[in-house]
Design a protein around this ligand. Structure first.
Ligand SMILES: [Zn+2]
Length: 111
């Protein structure tokens, strides 16, 4: 596994991508650079559901990343734009985790 070092997007302090919170300023982050999506090597994935915490072995497939921003135009009269502002920004990240039977289980559910 490659070691990725990066910096906190809020304070610039070095952060550990495998953690979820900057140790200096407390900013939370979720760093996808820990995945090498192109290597097709399975990862153990752990996530929380209403039924409990599920751990499963899966390969990661990136389907699509889409960055969206919707401008709102400022006008003085119909058709006369004097500027624009970005009213809505978001990123659609579409990832599929293909679960694999591990040597032990398809998945483990912890309550
Ligand atoms: Zn920070």
């Amino acid at each position: 596994m490659r070691k990725v070092k990066t910096n906190c997007p809020n304070c610039g302090a070095p952060i550990e991508p495998y953690k979820t919170k900057c140790e200096y300023c407390g900013t939370r982050y979720f760093d996808f650079t820990t995945f090498d999506i192109e290597d097709n090597v399975p990862y153990y994935i752990k996530f929380k559901t209403e039924q409990g915490i599920i751990t499963t072995l899966a390969t990661v497939e990136l389907n699509e990343i889409e960055f969206i921003q919707d401008p709102v135009y400022v006008t003085t009269a119909p058709g006369e734009r004097i500027g624009s502002i970005i009213a809505n920004r978001h990123c659609n990240l579409n990832v599929t985790f293909h679960t694999l039977p591990s040597e032990k289980n398809l998945f483990v559910l912890e309550k």
